[in-house]
Design a protein around this ligand. Structure first.
Ligand code: GCU
Length: 340
């Protein structure tokens, strides 16, 4: 059985630790949160571009927090991975060097094992099914599960469903599951995503989002997978010319606050922050639907072929992966979600 990191020669935990410590020192200077002119400032780092609906929603959240608190609270947003990769940002929250981050639920599975559910393919039938789960007690409860790791989830943003993009440089196209055979496919830092690619016959390479454009360009990987806005706004479509809408997973984005920083907020400040977050979710979900359509049209206009494959072929191929969870609590969760 291949392990998560077998295919990632550049992944060096020691180096990563050093980098994280470097960032800790840097952000130690920045401070995770502070009070300036009587305004409580929360620093928020994330790895998406400023043109994404998710970034816009975070700015909206900051503005609402400012209003609700009568100008006594503010969120400063640092986009585009300036403060580190998603895993590094999560680690900064744990040590209290950064107040907030928005990450994909995929790397969160390393901290909250239940979050694996989002990276198991074809658990959710569609967007509506996913949100029924996210808004259920179990879905909301999952946000609280990181507390013992000093990570408090305060909400989910929409990140649609993920599909394969291929024909990157000289890489082969993915039109059916058998096309994955022998292909090197980039995944997030998530063991479950690695297992999915293996179940489909490909070989998985975890690479951080910020490094992916170059990795695709240089042929470090042959293909990747993501939702339409991410494919478009990251400009990966300049390198990869086939987008195969197989919608294998629906992985939401998660907003986190360091439990340490949360505990320094008064009850009233916590209420304002939660309300600002909840309002920003509605704001983002509206933008998301429009952005998805626009992204698909834009990549096609730029010469990308968008195809809708027979999804049942992909579903068949990952049945054994589903079965491999039998007897584990995650299997029961899959069943519960199926019945929702
Ligand atoms: C999505 C998600 C990001 C994540 C990215 C990835 O775009 O919103 O948070 O980093 O996928 O595949 O790495």
């Amino acid at each position: 059985m291949e392990t998560l990191y077998q295919h990632q020669p550049r992944y060096q935990p020691k180096k990563r630790l050093l980098r994280t410590l470097g960032i800790v020192c840097l952000t130690g200077l920045l401070m995770s949160c502070g009070v300036k002119d009587n305004v409580k400032i929360l620093k928020l780092g994330h790895n998406l571009d400023q043109t994404t609906s998710v970034h816009k929603a975070m700015v909206f959240m900051g503005e609402r927090l400012h209003e609700l608190s009568g100008g006594t609270m503010r969120v400063d947003v640092y986009p585009s991975g300036q403060l580190g990769s998603e895993r590094e940002l999560i680690e900064l929250l744990q040590v209290g060097s950064l107040a907030m981050t928005k990450v994909s639920a995929s790397p969160m599975e390393g901290f909250v094992p239940e979050m694996r559910i989002f990276s198991i393919p074809y658990v959710f039938r569609n967007e509506e099914h996913l949100w029924r789960f996210l808004e259920s007690d179990v879905g909301k409860g999952m946000l609280a599960k990181g507390e013992d790791k000093r990570l408090r989830g305060i909400g989910y943003y929409d990140a649609g469903s993920r599909s394969f993009y291929s024909q990157c440089g000289t890489g082969k196209p993915i039109r059916t599951p058998s096309d994955l055979s022998g292909l090197k496919v980039r995944v997030q830092e998530s063991q479950t995503s690695v297992r999915m690619i293996q179940a489909l016959g490909g070989s998985a390479t975890p690479i951080s989002w910020g490094e992916l454009y170059t990795a695709l360009q240089q042929g470090v990987v042959d293909a990747a997978e993501n939702n339409p806005p991410s494919f478009y706004l990251s400009k990966h479509f300049e390198v990869c010319k086939l987008f195969t809408i197989d919608e294998h997973t629906s992985v939401p984005d998660v907003m986190l606050i360091s439990s340490y920083v949360w505990s320094t907020l008064s009850e009233q400040q916590q209420i304002w922050l939660q309300q600002a977050m909840d309002e920003s979710v509605d704001f983002q979900r509206e933008l998301w639907a429009r952005d998805t359509q626009e992204a698909l049209a834009a990549v096609q206009a730029a010469g990308v072929e968008v195809v809708y494959p027979d999804k049942t072929l992909f579903q068949e191929q990952v049945k054994s992966m589903h079965e491999s969870y039998r007897g584990e609590p995650i299997y029961d969760l899959m069943q519960r979600i199926n019945d929702m």
